[in-house]
Write a protein that binds this ligand. Structure first.
Ligand SMILES: [Zn+2]
Length: 392
């Protein structure tokens, strides 16, 4: 087995659900602890110094970033509910494999190289995507983060403490940020652009503006058999309006919009619901259009719509993008509708870029997400070349 394959095999069973085959790797859970332990062991096996920032993100360093800021690569290891194996882990495993390749070549970097494992990228448990990088940069305030609750009512502060960290330390980490001169995140493509282009690797140019909103639709709980239709106040009907409006408004504004999560009270087959909460995810190339979609969907629900997170349009570092595309044999340059930690760092002023690896199914956030072994290795080669370019 290559180093890549053995790392992949070690990660494979962690958090994999037996029935669905999908991954359930949520922030600050036992699965997350196993993933962090794996990362720490990989850092140690390479003699890389492991540091933890104030947001709980793990950094493995080759060289001393306090002497001179380093070039960082890496991604995240957590997943969405029943997610695929590649979204996140491909970037972390490829980063470690690139370090191995550089060392195998006897390469001596002119500045430190770091590999990062960002925590809670998907926001599957506490509802805020890229929580680890947002706390690191201060884009998510520490007190707000600490108070976020999961579906069981557990706060992030409680979850962080249960995982053995001090929630009082959560917050923007100047020291950790100072160590980063630039960031290149490799990621599986979450679409089919590379399939259509017949290329294995692309350079990411920008991340669309995107946001998450919550709608709380209230009604009156009652008996499903004895309550006349005319007497009902059923919030599930307004949910239907909301879902249809999301599709219609997204189409009208050249965006995408999804209602992918709902919570129903009391959630009984024979009970008219008393309350329905629904979450809207909307994205598009233009912020005004995305906000217009959210406003129209809120209006369709007949009530208020609460913004849980919003990330403005993020252009990656133009010079870095051009440089990477040039050394990668004129690799295609693509924008994306998916949020990433690289976007959060870029918004905080860190020169950042991404590499995307072809996904033949075009499917992501699902067990169908995939990358061919030879494309994974092409990704490692591209990332290795990028690190040589930036630290040579
Ligand atoms: Zn990801």
């Amino acid at each position: 087995m290559t180093g890549f394959e053995s790392m992949w095999a070690a990660l494979e069973p962690i958090g994999r659900h037996a029935r669905t085959g999908g991954y359930r790797r949520y922030a600050w859970t036992g699965e997350d602890a196993n993933l962090r332990e794996w990362f720490a062991a990989e850092a140690q096996a390479r003699g890389m110094e492991l540091t933890l920032d104030r947001a709980g993100n793990q950094w493995a360093w080759w060289g001393d970033p306090d002497a001179e800021p380093g070039v960082v690569t890496g991604s995240h290891l957590d997943s969405v509910p029943d997610g695929g194996a590649f979204d996140g882990p491909l970037g972390v495993v490829s980063a470690l494999a690139a370090v191995d390749a550089l060392r195998g070549q006897g390469f001596v970097p002119s500045r430190p190289i770091g590999v990062v494992n960002f925590g809670d990228e998907e926001g599957a448990r506490f509802g805020v995507a890229c929580a680890g990088s947002r706390i690191l940069t201060g884009a998510l305030a520490a007190d707000r983060a600490a108070g976020l609750r999961d579906g069981d009512g557990v706060t992030m502060a409680e979850a962080v403490r249960a995982a053995g960290l001090d929630p009082e330390r959560l917050g923007r980490d100047e020291e950790a940020l100072r160590r980063v001169s630039s960031f290149v995140e490799l990621h599986v493509e979450q679409g089919r652009a590379l399939v259509d282009l017949g290329r294995a690797v692309a350079v990411g140019s920008s991340i669309w503006p995107h946001g998450r909103w919550r709608l709380d639709l209230n009604g009156e709980a009652n008996h499903a058999g004895t309550t006349r239709l005319a007497d009902r106040d059923d919030p599930m009907l307004r949910l239907a309006e909301v879902v249809l409006a999301a599709r219609r408004e997204a189409g009208a504004h050249d965006c995408v919009a999804t209602v992918g999560k709902v919570r129903v009270e009391p959630n009984g087959v024979n009970a008219i619901p008393s309350a329905v909460s629904a979450w809207l995810d909307a994205r598009g190339p233009r912020e005004r259009a995305v906000r217009a979609v959210a406003a129209a969907v809120g209006a369709a629900g007949g009530g208020t719509i609460t913004e849980e997170s919003f990330t403005a349009d993020t252009a990656f570092d133009a010079a870095l993008v051009t440089r990477l595309a040039a050394i990668l044999d004129g690799a295609p340059v693509l924008g994306t509708g998916a949020g990433h930690d690289a976007g959060i760092l870029a918004a905080a002023g860190v020169p950042a870029a991404m590499l995307f690896v072809r996904n033949p199914t075009g499917v992501s956030h699902s067990p169908a997400e995939y990358a061919e072994p030879q494309d994974c290795l092409a990704g490692v080669s591209a990332l290795t070349a990028a690190l040589v370019e930036l630290t040579g």
